[in-house]
Design a protein around this ligand. Structure first.
Ligand code: NAD
Ligand code: TYD
Length: 343
């Protein structure tokens, strides 16, 4: 099978590419990524020469270029990870979120219709459900929870989800959607909570906790998310939405303290800073449907996953130090100075 993966040079997309090449060596992976600030080609260096892998530096909003890739590669399955993904950036500049997350999704679905893909999968987020109050631990997001967004990021993702459902109902496009909770693990860009705190702690810099740090997120190890998507694209029911989460709710401040303890750094590095505007209080996923229908369960406990993640950032300092210095953005030019570009 030919699987077209967008956003494969980002955090979750790259972990998905590695999983697919390992678990399904018979499948071919066509990776499409614009290499925005969040895309890092170095992440994919170990698979660039794999004959089952091909990379296109392309914007998913570029209709003509996307059409050409579909015409040439004839994907059976499309998995759309490509997105602007950082809430804080969406508060500073919403527009690019609307372009990539909504227009980009429609461009990919138009091409999917035209070339008759067997499955279009949209990687979405629990943030489309808005937030839950801190004093109601009995409440969880199910697939039937109404969409109710807070940030330009979550609104753009919800807009895309609605469009996916519309393409399924109106045009019969064989779609699925997954809505996952917060991920952590290797290759996460150091602007998100966990890698930012690890990088700052290692440099003995302050750890900026928004507000009191009592907001709750439901953390899932990235590989568990990728395994769930792998199941959905192969065994999930067309037209359905699947929530993905591991019942692992934690307050931000507690995560930050665990990281400091693991690294042997003092809690005096913590600084409480101005809260995020419209900051969602609590996310909590009910994953009963994907468990019952597809047998998915998370495999990595948080206490093990956070240790593995910290170990990875310690062993791969060059990867994130290059990001902090900005050097990683030269890598594409260096790489493609030597290589033939398929664009
Ligand atoms: P990321 O920011 O690490 O990576 C995004 C990737 O998309 C980058 O490689 C970037 O270059 C690429 N990209 C951005 N705009 C593009 C465009 N116009 N054309 C082509 N490529 C483009 O994001 P992530 O954390 O890996 O998230 C991947 C997906 O999973 C997103 O759709 C996000 O909404 C969703 N998601 C993320 C989380 C999380 O905790 N990170 C949780 C649930 C869902
Ligand atoms: P983030 O990793 O940006 O993910 P999301 O906003 O999609 O959940 O943030 C996770 C939580 O951590 C969120 O409640 C905001 C908080 N946070 C901080 O307290 N300090 C920070 O520097 C960052 C980036 C996030």
């Amino acid at each position: 099978m030919n699987i077209l993966v967008t956003g494969g040079a980002g955090f979750i997309g790259s972990n998905f590419v590695f999983l697919e090449l390992k678990e399904h060596p018979e499948d071919r992976i066509i990776c499409v990524d614009k290499l925005t600030y969040a895309g890092n080609l170095k992440t994919l260096k170990d698979v660039m020469d794999n004959p089952q892998f091909v990379f296109y530096k392309t914007d998913i909003c570029d209709r003509e270029a996307i059409d050409e890739i579909f015409a040439k590669e004839r994907p059976d399955i499309v998995v759309n990870f490509a997105a602007e993904s950082h809430v804080d950036r969406s508060i500073e500049n919403p527009e690019v979120f609307l372009e990539t997350n909504i227009i980009g999704t429609s461009v990919l679905m138009d091409a999917s219709r035209k070339y008759g893909v067997k499955r279009y999968h949209q990687v979405s987020t629990d943030e489309v459900y808005g937030d839950l109050p801190l004093d109601r631990p009995d409440l969880f997001f199910t697939e039937n929870t109404p969409l109710h967004t807070s940030s330009p990021y979550s609104s753009s993702k919800a807009g895309a989800d609605l469009l996916v459902n519309a393409y399924h109902r109106t045009f019969g496009l064989p779609t699925t959607i997954s809505r996952c909770s917060n991920n952590y693990g290797p290759y996460q860009f150091p602007e998100k909570l966990i890698p930012l705190m690890i990088a700052n702690a290692l440099a003995d810099k302050n750890l900026p906790v928004y507000g009191e740090g009592i907001n709750v997120r439901d953390w899932l190890y990235v590989e568990d998310h990728c395994k769930a998507i792998d199941l959905i694209i192969r065994k999930g029911t067309v037209g359905e939405v699947y929530n993905i989460g591991g019942h692992n709710e934690m307050r931000n401040i507690d995560i930050v303290k665990i990281i400091l303890e693991e690294l042997g750094k003092p809690e005096s590095l913590i600084v409480h800073v101005t809260d995020r505007k419209g900051h969602d209080q609590r996310y909590a996923i009910d994953p009963a449907k994907i468990h019952a229908e597809l047998g998915w369960l998370p495999e990595t406990m948080f206490k093990d996953g956070i240790k593995k993640t910290i170990r990875w950032y310690l062993d791969n300092k060059e990867w994130w130090e290059d990001i902090i210095s900005g050097d990683y953005q030269n890598y594409y030019a260096e790489m493609y100075g030597k290589k033939e570009v398929i664009d």
